[in-house]
Design a binder for this molecule. Structure first.
Ligand code: NAD
Length: 328
């Protein structure tokens, strides 16, 4: 199988690619990535010399590049996106450009070149916020941030291309990922980096926002199941089953960093901040046999150890990771 992986130099995409290439009988991979501030070629360093990997630095909005690149690929796994909610609140335009127009450009070329399968990597954030219970795939999409709205638009386009042009599309909606190589503008690597450097961390509002956490390796395993066995046109939720408020998560990270609550600065809440996410994963479990394998406690311990040992990876990224966080 020859796969085109967009956004393969980012956190989840690079984990997926490293995993594919670790299997000697696995796929041949073309990574297409424009290396935005969060794309990082060093994420692919462990597999860069693999003859099954081709890296192309290009933008998914560039139809001419896609025209030349797509022929010969069996499937597209589409990770490339602007992915940080605070940045989408500060400036939504790049989110619409990459996540909506970029996805539509890619879908057009996938139809034209009769690509066998298109996996749209989406997010639980398209559902909005849920006070009680969990979302199933039938729950309505009520995105609140510009990021979530752009991801909802992208997957609606993907589903429309399935129904209108017969493109074999599958969509996944995953909860919050954590693990090595996550860009330090997301809560776990950002807080760890700040704590390791003796700095304060900024916690939004009352900190009672709840998220479902999943190790990135479990997400990638689920994606591969959906890519290879998912039914055309279907949507699959992917979750980890570990629900934590940001206060609870911060407590664990402080403990890991050997720091106390005096290092936490409460800042004004994020605009439109979703209160709670929760996923029902019965469909992917029953149909495709998915179960998350990495317990949060050991996954977090390994992640902390990785960030502790890999300061040379995250330290140079801290300046461009700086966020537009409102301070009270
Ligand atoms: P990331 O920000 O680490 O990586 C995104 C990658 O896309 C980067 O390498 C970047 O250079 C590339 N990219 C951005 N714009 C591009 C463009 N116009 N053309 C080509 N490449 C471009 O993001 P991530 O956390 O790895 O997320 C990957 C995907 O998974 C995204 O689609 C995101 O919405 C989805 N997702 C993420 C999470 C999470 O917890 N991180 C959860 C569910 C779904």
């Amino acid at each position: 199988m020859r796969l085109l992986v967009t956004g393969g130099a980012g956190f989840i995409g690079s984990t997926y690619v490293r995993g594919l290439l670790a299997d000697p009988d696995g796929a041949t991979v073309t990574v297409l990535d424009s290396l935005t501030f969060c794309g990082n070629l060093s994420n692919l360093e462990p597999v860069m010399g693999d003859p099954r990997l081709t890296f192309v630095e290009a933008d998914i909005c560039d139809g001419a590049v896609l025209q030349d690149l797509l022929p010969g690929h069996d499937a597209i796994v589409h990770f490339a996106a602007e992915s940080q909610v605070d940045r989408s609140i500060a400036d939504p335009a790049p989110f619409v450009r990459t996540n909506v127009v970029g996805t539509q450009t890619l879908l057009d070329k996938a139809v034209e070149h009769r690509i066998g399968r298109f996996l749209q990597v989406s997010t639980d954030e398209v559902y909005g916020s849920i006070a009680h219970g969990s979302w199933t795939e039938e729950s309505p999409m009520r995105p609140n941030s510009p990021y979530a709205a752009s991801k909802a638009a992208a997957e609606l386009l993907a589903q429309a291309y399935h129904r209108t042009y017969g493109l074999d599309v599958v969509v996944t909606r995953c909860s919050n990922n954590y693990g090595p190589y996550q860009f330090p503008d997301k809560i776990i690597p950002l807080f760890l980096a700040c704590l390791f450097e003796g700095r304060e961390v900024s916690l939004y509002g009352d900190g009672e926002h709840a998220r479902d956490w999943l190790h990135v390796d479990d997400h990638c395993a689920a994606l591969h199941l959906v890519l290879t066995k998912g039914r055309p046109g279907e949507v699959y939720n992917i979750g980890g089953g570990t629900e934590l408020t940001n206060n609870e998560l911060t407590g664990l990270l402080l403990e890991a960093g050997g720091a106390g609550w005096d290092r936490v600065r409460r800042v004004r809440d994020r605009k439109g901040h979703d209160r709670r996410y929760s996923m029902n994963i019965d469909k992917i479990s029953t149909e495709l046999g998915y179960t998350p394998r990495i317990p949060f406690s050991s996954g977090l311990a390994d992640t902390v150890a990785w960030y502790r040992a890999n300061g040379h990876w995250w330290r140079p990224l801290m300046e461009r990771a700086a966020l537009p966080i409102p301070v009270t």
